[in-house]
Design a protein. Sequence first.
Length: 690
Amino acid sequence: MEAKANAILETEKIGILMRKYAIPCVISLLVAALYNIVDQIFIANADYLGSYGNAANTVVFPLTVVALSIAVMIGDGCCAFVSISLGRDDKNAARNSIGSAVLLCIAGGLVLTALYLALQEPILTLFGGRVNEETFRHAKEYFFWITLGVPFYMFGQALNPIIRSDGSPKFAMASTLAGGYENFCVVGDDDQSIYRFRGANIENILNFEKQYDACRTIRLEQNYRSTQNILDAANTVIKNNTGRTGKTLWTQAGAGDKVLVKTVFSESDEASFVAGKILESYGRGENWQDNAILYRMNAQSNALEMALKRNGIPYRVYGGMKFFDRAEVKDMLAYLCVINNPMDDLRLRRIINVPARGIGGTSLDKASQLAAAEGKSLWEVMVRAEAYPTLKSAAGKLKGFTAIIQELRDLEGSLELPELYDAVCEKTRYIKALEEKNDMESRGRIENVQELRSSILGFLESGPEIASLAGFLDSVALYTDLDDSASSDNCVSLMTMHSAKGLEFPNVFVVGMEEGVFPSGRASGESEEMEEERRLCYVAMTRARQRLTMTTARQRMLYGRTSSNLPSRFLEELPAEPVDWQSKTEPATVPRWGGDAAAFASPAGSGTGRTSSGGTPRPRRDTGYTPPSAASSGLPHLDKGDAISHRTFGKGMVLSVRPMGNDALLEVAFDGVGTKKLMLRAAGPHITKL
């Protein structure tokens, strides 16, 4: 609700700005252009018109002021009309919405341009003259500023998209409007062209000097964001691209810290390492918001979010939603909940028509009314749908849905959790329905559905007391309860590398630096795609102001499958000198659903050589694992009311201890940062019992 309110507020602000500035400017320039056109006609036909030509200066120009006054009156009249039509006595709100009328002004300018070009010869003939090339040139220039220049100036960021992100048509339009003057100024960075999948054409920049051979190129190479070590690393990587104009960034900000490249064993180790480094920075007095974690694919946020939750680190997913808040993940969890407990009416209603099964809202409402009248659950009514006359038309579809759920319930007793989840995806045709849409958004949703399987495997690896569907759902509920809603802006930012463009942070973590992950497997064998991936790496690296950390895992569980990939080629392209290479030689014992960030806060091993990918399989764990005692595990034994000191959060009191498999959920009231929920295994090494 808060996000929606902010969006509405921002829209109203834009409406106010457009009404105050854009519409009057566009109208005034339209009238001024009309004045100039008439003036040119008078000049071109001075012999025929004689002294009447001076009338242009005394009659046409004042029309600008008159037009503005009329525009204000018409605008207020329209606002009042809209207000009355909407049944609201809120003229200001209606007036703000009228800001969109600027689009009509721009469209009007285009129409006037077309009319003038079509009627210029009849107009001049009417005055006894002929088509004047100079007149046409001036008219085209004036209309350029109306139809292109003013919108670009008012709404900003417009020349850049033409050169940087748009395809040939808009570039051709801008080039044509520049005309014979060739007074064409463009700004762009070919090394940051990362939207090829949206139709961006980097050739607009690369071929500009060929198209305008007399142009002057000014390279803006001084960087005001990053330290020199970060820039040197980024410069060295991007130099491997052949399709670029070439530049070398430099700064006066000093060398700064070396770029840290950390090799870990798994995605869980990676997430714990990043969480530990963020806790370190917070302990030094820095803010949570000084840290950003960048990844290639949305599904990678899953393990990272788990580690941040375990350690009580507030975060937000920039430009997206948290993993367990994504609609497709909620859908699949709802299926699992209904399989576990078909009497769950809330979740049953969520999935009964997802994907579409032709079960209408009216039929579902009738079934709900029958269930309420008989004191039964919705499921109990649906399994006997044929017995109710009011459900006769929908009985077949309702029974078809209950048959799917019942079949999956029967499979629960014979299949392991990962295989049961695979069966849910197949029997419900959820992934099949997304595949049929065949668009980028659906592909991303499929990846998230598959990544939920990784959460199931991670749960089993943690050695739960109850390795069942009910146990997994309880764990999800607990981890969701751990979630810090990040009520303020002071939180860690998680985002894809594409979303990070234009942003900057003191500390940046670029994770998942392995072949097949980053660069993406889809870029393999495609030189243009690979260069796009390298530009994306360059963008990600240059988001860092002070410290840049890049991580690679020897093996990674993604989409429910574990693979061992080689380190990213982009790491191989880094220079040796400004980079601190660190590796962890032993396999970790930290599962995705539990772990110790402190073990990674101070990296154990370091070396100067690059670490190759290992082929060691992920250690298998007995699901009947017995949690170790506090003494044997080195974790403090905590009870409600105990006073503790946390290395990062300071002193506090334990409010509750809730067992969770081989871990425990702590709720601690800290003196300085308020109440936080932490996982004992993750927070234990940071805690001292007082």
